[in-house]
Ligand binder design. Structure first.
Ligand code: ADP
Ligand code: MG
Length: 848
């Protein structure tokens, strides 16, 4: 449809709407018939396909094929057993994936935007998905356009349409009818398209298309959402590939050695393939996805909404948090404490001071009497109401909005046939626009800011009515009215969070548009600004420094005051050059570049614009600084647990491989049957490993420096641990096998089977913490893990003592001594890993 060439009346007829918008009933009906305003990029994967996906691994297919072949030649029972174990494995994998997918879906739902829609002639904030064709929608700077709109009103409206046209420069929009048909979307200046970003001004439009019928919907249909892997997943997948070659080589040796010893060839082949299936860590990337997704759904309960999954993985690496002041470090509950009236002001103008405070740009009285809007303006409004109860609010005719670059704003009002102009903002900004200023004002303001108060200056002017020029001249030659000072108390939990940052090796820094003295007072109070070495710098000072000088001073600066969003971007760039891993908060339209550039861009859920949210990796649903620190903590916990999982499975697998690989070489028979190998893989790797993901954070998680994001997963002795602990398990189990085999007992195979299972129980209890001893963790602090450990023990007992399972798994009932010896393996493995922690701690202490 060529909406841009239609006159407005025609648009309204076509969309069955009018200037006053739809009523609730019409909207309901349209929603039912047209569907929700959502982009569906890909139909959800059916459950059965998700289940089948568990079998797509090449090694599993080879195993099943081999099992079928060997079943045809020989023992069908084995084939069935193998198939059953593979099936169980798939069931576990499926449920994990299903849970992860549901968690991600829930997160996506939370990330929806709201839109301002005219319904029943009132502006309502609705979920964007509920918008229908014909709705009248208001958009303003910072919003994401919720649907395709034909504009009917524009005020300096500028929209950035890169997602649609690829053009990153914002375009100026208008609401006149265009004449030319079939022009490119970028030239249809009286249209606004879904998912583009309003960077300036405001406008009103009528919805002409929603959901998949929008222009972006057309593209979404063509785009395939590509599966993205996190950096860690990519590295592990790469590592897994290399490891597979080693394992294939080992399997080949096992096969050849067995063949030479004269073992049965088909059975031997199955054994070799089973080893490969059990040892290749092909499930690792999937386990990571699950851990990250579950971590994300846990984080959202703590008010941190993760928009990009890889962010969780790297959160723990943050070395620097640059935080907004107002609303993030403070409560954004402003209360005016005092005022100062310009003594040179004529008596009759005094009332204007109060009137200026009442005339605001962004305050709306709700039906319940509550006032919503900009906290600064609300504070001024409430104060003026108390000080001058009889003062009248004037109707606003126009405005020049607040921006963090200008640090001031202006509203225009009609009074007695003239135009009354009110400006307010930072004193420096207002002072520049005033003709004359009482000299003492600077002193008064300084005293206020030193107390940590936010100071706002007011000025006014009367203009002849003339719509052509009134807005252009509004902010010139103003008369100074006075000052107000308000407090915005710090959030009580932030002090603790700042302290936690410091012990965790993270530098917390305040970045604000506010006055340096106000910022300094609050930063001191919060513990951000501590010693004499720490510095406060202003945007002006920053601009005078060279890049190198700034880079040099960067480490000392804890407060950036009166900075602009571009300078925020500059700060991020310098920090990254210095090797920092930066988390940066932002809420405005202009913060988007800094958020995108930061390693972790953090947007505000309550006060943030759609634009900033769109650019972020994480959204703070409560706007709270403490939530960032919680998220970092959680990120570290999740990463630790992934590391522990890798440590646990790789060491266990190494143990199994050593046993099966070395046995034939030292003259022992192949120690395990294929089904036994697969069973061990199922019970030891599956559930206990996943239970590790629920392990609580280490006590010292925020008392150690951040992990370097590029650091190898095998750093800090993990590689060595896998090597030596695997060898230890292998040696202990082989020792038992040799002893039993030499004594002529027929129990040697069951002993290997059981001791390997028990060894992994001992192992998992010990790897719960990297630093702390098991008994200092609290026995019951990870119940699922304890549960799976007991379950594995019980199942193993069942397998070796119940006649039915003895038949299936070809096990023998162990004697009491033999059982004790198998348990001894677990006890030894457990204690040696604990001993490693003690030694490591000693070494670390000595290193310091
Ligand atoms: P921050 O959010 O970092 O505290 P802002 O960018 O919101 O800082 O504000 C910077 C300065 O702009 C404030 O110190 C104040 O003087 C002025 N200011 C803030 N809000 C308003 C407003 N609604 N109207 C006019 N001036 C404002
Ligand atoms: Mg602000």
């Amino acid at each position: 449809m060529q909406w841009h060439i239609q006159p407005l009346e025609e648009v309204f007829t076509q969309t069955k709407s009018r200037k006053e918008g739809l009523n609730h009933k019409e909207a309901q009906e349209k929603l039912a018939s047209h569907g929700r305003n959502e982009l569906i990029s890909k139909p959800p994967r059916p459950i059965w396909l998700m289940f089948l996906g568990q079998f797509k691994d090449v090694m599993i297919i080879i195993l099943l094929l081999a099992a079928v072949i060997s079943g045809l030649i020989g023992d069908l029972k084995d084939t069935l057993l193998i198939a059953l174990i593979v099936f169980l494995n798939a069931v576990i994998g499926f449920f994990q994936e299903y849970r992860a997918e549901k968690a991600m879906e829930a997160l996506k739902k939370m990330a929806t935007t709201t839109a301002k829609v005219l319904r029943n002639e009132k502006i309502e904030h609705l979920n964007s998905a509920e918008i229908v064709q014909g709705d009248i929608v208001h958009i303003e700077a910072g919003d994401m356009v919720p649907a395709d709109l034909r504009l009917i009103e524009t005020h300096n409206l500028r929209i950035e349409e890169a997602s649609l046209t690829g053009e990153s420069e914002a375009v100026e929009k208008h609401h006149q009818v265009l004449a030319e048909q079939n022009i490119p979307l970028g030239d249809r200046l009286n249209m606004a398209y879904k998912s583009t970003l309003v960077t300036y001004g405001r406008g009103v439009g009528v919805v002409v298309a929603t959901g998949m019928k929008t222009e972006i919907g057309n593209i979404a249909q063509m785009l395939q959402e590509s599966e993205t892997q996190t950096p860690l997943q990519k590295r592990l997948a790469e590592f897994g590939k290399r490891l597979s070659f080693v394992i294939f080589a080992i399997c080949a040796i096992i096969y050849v050695a067995g063949f030479i010893r004269g073992e049965e060839p088909t059975q031997l082949l199955l054994t070799a393939i089973s080893v490969a299936v059990a040892a290749i860590p092909e499930t690792l990337p999937a386990v990571i996805t699950v851990s990250l997704a579950l971590g994300a759904s846990k984080l959202v309960k703590q008010n941190a909404l993760i928009r990009k999954l890889p962010a969780i993985e790297t959160l723990g690496s943050v070395t620097y948090i640059g935080s907004d002041k107002t609303g993030t470090l403070t409560q954004n509950k402003m209360t005016v404490q005092e005022h100062w009236l310009n003594p040179q002001l004529p008596q009759e103008a005094e009332n204007l001071f109060w009137q200026a405070m009442l005339c605001n740009q962004d305050t709306q009285r709700q039906e319940n009497g509550e006032i919503k809007g900009d906290a600064t303006e609300i504070a001024a409004l409430l104060y003026a109401q108390k000080q001058a109860p009889d003062c009248q609010v004037l109707l606003r005719t126009d405005e020049i909005p607040f921006s963090s670059e200008r640090k001031m704003m202006t509203t225009l009002h009609e009074k007695d046939g003239k135009i009354l102009v009110f400006s307010k903002g930072a004193l420096e900004a207002i002072a520049e626009k005033c003709d004359s200023l009482p000299l003492e004002v600077w002193q008064v303001a300084e005293a206020m800011t030193k107390k940590g108060q936010r100071v706002l200056a007011y000025a006014y002017k009367v203009l002849e009515k003339n719509p052509q020029i009134e807005k252009i001249t509004a902010e010139q030659k103003l008369q100074f009215l006075g000052l107000i000072a308000m407090i915005d108390p710090p959030r009580p939990e932030v002090r603790q969070a700042v302290a936690e940052c410091i012990t965790a090796g993270i530098i917390p820094v305040m970045i604000t548009g506010d006055h340096p003295l106000t910022a300094e007072a609050i930063a001191k109070d919060l513990g951000i600004l501590q010693s004499e070495k720490h510095e406060v710098i202003t945007g002006k000072e920053m601009a005078l420094l060279s890049e190198e000088e700034l880079e040099f001073r960067m480490d000392k600066i804890r407060v950036f005051a009166r900075v602009s969003p571009e300078q925020k971007l500059q700060i991020v760039k310098i920090l990254q050059r210095k090797g920092h891993f930066v988390a940066m908060t932002g809420d405005g339209v202009n913060d988007a570049p800094a958020l995108k550039r930061a390693d972790i861009g953090v947007a505000m859920g309550i006060s943030g614009t759609d634009v900033s949210k769109e650019a972020s990796d994480m959204i703070l649903l409560d706007d709270n600084f403490a939530t960032i620190v919680k998220a970092v903590r959680e990120g570290r916990r999740i990463f630790d647990n992934i590391r522990k999982f890798i440590k646990y499975t790789m060491t266990g697998n190494a143990g199994k491989i050593w046993v099966i690989f070395l046995a034939p070489i030292i003259g022992l028979p192949v120690p395990l049957l294929p089904a036994q190998i697969l069973w061990l893989n199922l019970v030891t790797d599956g559930l206990p490993g996943l239970a590790l993901a629920g392990e609580p954070a280490e006590k010292s998680v925020m008392q150690r420096p951040p992990r370097h994001p590029k650091e190898s997963i095998f750093a800090h002795g993990l590689g060595w641990h896998i090597l030596w602990a695997g060898l230890l398990i292998g040696a202990l189990v082989l020792g038992l096998q040799a002893w039993s085999y030499a004594s002529g007992s027929s129990h040697w195979q069951t002993i290997v089977f059981t001791s390997l299972c028990f060894a992994q129980i001992g192992q998992i209890l010990a790897v719960r913490s990297e630093k702390h001893l098991f008994f200092s963790l609290g026995f019951f602090t990870n119940l699922p893990l304890l549960g799976t450990a007991f379950l594995n023990f019980a199942l193993q007992m069942l397998l070796i003592y119940h006649p039915f399972f003895q038949e299936i798994f070809v096990t023998k009932p162990l004697t009491f001594t033999e059982l004790l010896l198998c348990m001894a393996v677990a006890v030894i493995v457990f204690h040696v890993i604990e001993l490693e922690k003690i030694i490591r701690r000693r070494l670390e202490k000595r290193a310091i």
